[in-house]
Design a protein around this ligand. Structure first.
Ligand code: GLY
Length: 571
């Protein structure tokens, strides 16, 4: 059930933002500004936002700040991401006017064959898929931090990792989400001595208000700061990671760690009405799905539809994009997905023609179960600096606290990203999404992701946005884009009520209060199953530079009480 006070906060926040919007006249500056009037950061934890702002004050650029924010989130949000996981960083280098997609997704070790994840009856061994050493891919986040510093940063890693190292060593106060999430993963985490040493250091489970110190993680980050890539993927840390995985029955090799590489990829680009969308290409499914959905939706003037029909066509677009995600997408280094076709307007026109204006299209198999609610998985941050450099980054260890396994002496909580592969074709993963051959595991392959860091650009407005929350990331970003397009400001975009459809299960999930009773009844009359009244989900962190009004604004998700977004104007 929804916690009423949280929803009230969401609604009040939307109302306040709407009021502010109506009171804040846009300056009618003739010439769009060339540079932002300051800096802005939005991140899912205040300590990470503060770390990034400090680095900007110390002379760093948005990419240096991204290293500080990313590594600090890795320390203070082990429930969501960490250096034992991976992520995607969408960058805009203002000097070169160039966008870069940095792919630091985990890769499959050679031991991770499809057979390794089947139980004795040929079903999916869920424990192997989601918990412990077999669920973990080779981490990518440390390599991303090193790559960001080497190619885009101004400051040394010793400076940009310093806040994370200090917080890991001195500790930070445990907040409610962290303590609650520990409770739900406790039996898995307490299987492993390395994990117990961190989370049961004081003899009992973490509680809200206690201080969590991670001295091994501080040392591991120091090695990364002093030795770069080799400080994590070779030598002492690598030896401990390999030993810890082996001790729990997993099989990683030193060569698999040492040969991990981030990939720089061309971002996916397309137009939605007057906007240029720059977003995540495969191995994210997010950008392709966004393009499909937005191109389908271009066929309607959404502002002219009543709430029920607007929700209906958006849900139908979601349904179709998630079906294609399931069938076609995977790691582009291994499979050739028909991306050009999927993001073409002609393809979208064909999909649009299959949408009945007043009737739900049944998905092939009707289950009617709510899509699994993934609230705290993954994390997102957005940054813009005073030169116009931007970062939109989403990072993850997959499910809450990843695999639950910390190899002793490292402080590194390993991901359980292997569950994002189609480990058993057609069997839904923890997010309820399926896959087939394109996303089958293979040595060195990256698993399909829903992480969707995005820029949305018009001549007047420059935004960076993204979200957490498993497969629901994609639909949060979609609703965020539709919100910005409808004229919402950053804070309204973060606060907007959410709904979601992912083809299977065949149902619209909606936060309590997101759809009114009349809209729900109208959708049901069209044949939709509506799971209204779900608990709030996700976390949208976004920044916006309005070049016409020469203003910066930020959106911090009111669903997350520890999130923080801040604008600091240049003196
Ligand atoms: N592990 C969540 C995602 O990458 O989609």
């Amino acid at each position: 059930m929804l916690i009423p006070s949280r929803m009230i906060r969401v609604i009040l926040s939307v109302a306040l933002a709407t009021l502010l919007l109506s009171l804040t006249p846009f300056a009618d500056a003739k010439k769009p500004s060339e540079k932002p009037p300051g800096v802005a950061i939005a991140a899912a934890h205040g300590l990470a936002t503060d770390a990034g702002l400090q680095i900007l004050r110390d002379g760093g650029n948005a990419f240096d700040a991204a290293i500080a924010v990313s590594s600090t989130l890795a320390v203070v949000e082990p429930i969501s991401s960490g250096i034992g996981g991976g992520g995607f960083f969408l960058l805009h280098d203002a000097n070169k006017d160039r966008d870069i997609f940095l792919d630091a997704r985990e890769t499959a070790p050679a031991s991770a064959t499809p057979q390794a994840y089947l139980d004795k009856d040929g079903g999916l061994d869920r424990d192997r898929a989601e918990n412990g050493p077999w669920s973990a891919g080779i981490p990518g986040l440390p390599a991303a931090l090193v790559h960001l510093q080497k190619h885009y940063g101004r400051l040394p890693l010793k400076t940009t990792l310093a806040p994370a190292i200090r917080i890991a060593r001195e500790g930070f106060p445990i907040y409610a989400r962290l303590a609650k999430g520990y409770g739900s993963r406790r039996t898995v985490m307490e299987r492993y001595p390395g994990t117990r040493a961190v989370f049961l250091a004081d003899g009992d489970a973490p509680e809200e208000g206690e201080v969590l110190k991670q001295p091994d993680l501080a040392r591991t980050l120091e090695l990364l700061a002093s030795k770069g890539f080799d400080g994590f993927y070779r030598g002492d840390t690598a030896d401990k990671l390999l030993a810890g995985v082996k001790a729990e029955g997993g099989q990683w090799t030193a060569a698999e760690l040492a040969s991990y590489r981030v990939r720089e990829r061309e971002p996916l680009r397309f137009k939605y009405r007057d906007w240029d969308i720059v977003t995540a290409p495969p191995p994210s499914s997010g950008g392709v799905a966004l393009a499909e959905m937005l191109h389908v939706l271009e066929g309607w003037d959404l502002s002219k539809l009543d709430a029920a029909h607007r929700t209906h066509v958006i849900a139908e677009a979601m349904r179709r994009a998630f079906r294609d995600r399931t069938i076609y997408l995977g790691d582009p280094d291994f499979v050739e997905a028909p991306v050009a076709r999927l993001i073409s307007r002609d393809y979208a026109a064909g999909l649009r023609a299959t949408i009945h204006p007043d009737k739900a299209t049944p998905s092939d198999l009707l289950s009617g179960q709510p899509a699994p609610l993934e609230d705290d998985e993954t994390t997102h941050f957005s940054i813009i600096d005073a030169d116009g450099n931007r970062v939109s980054a989403t990072q993850t260890v997959n499910l809450l606290y990843g695999s639950g396994l910390i190899p002793p002496g490292t402080g590194v909580l390993l991901n359980d990203e292997m569950d994002d592969f189609a480990l058993r074709p057609g069997t839904p993963n923890a997010f309820g999404v399926m896959g087939f051959a394109a996303n089958a595991p293979q040595a060195g392959k990256r698993m399909l992701s829903s992480m969707t860091p995005t820029f949305m650009l018009s001549p007047q407005r420059v935004t960076a946005l993204g979200a957490r929350g498993g497969s629901r990331i994609i639909t949060q970003v979609l609703l965020g884009i539709l919100g910005y397009d409808a004229g919402l400001r950053a804070q309204q975009v973060s606060a907007s009520p959410r709904f979601h459809h992912q083809w299977m299960p065949d149902a619209i999930s909606a936060e309590a209060g997101a759809l009114d009773a009349g809209t729900i009844a109208a959708l049901q009359a069209m044949g939709h199953k509506v799971n209204a009244g779900e608990s709030v989900w996700g976390d949208v962190e976004t920044v916006e530079w309005n070049r016409a009004t020469h203003t910066l604004s930020v959106g911090s998700d009111p669903r997350n009480p520890v999130a923080k977004a801040e604008v600091v104007l240049a003196p």
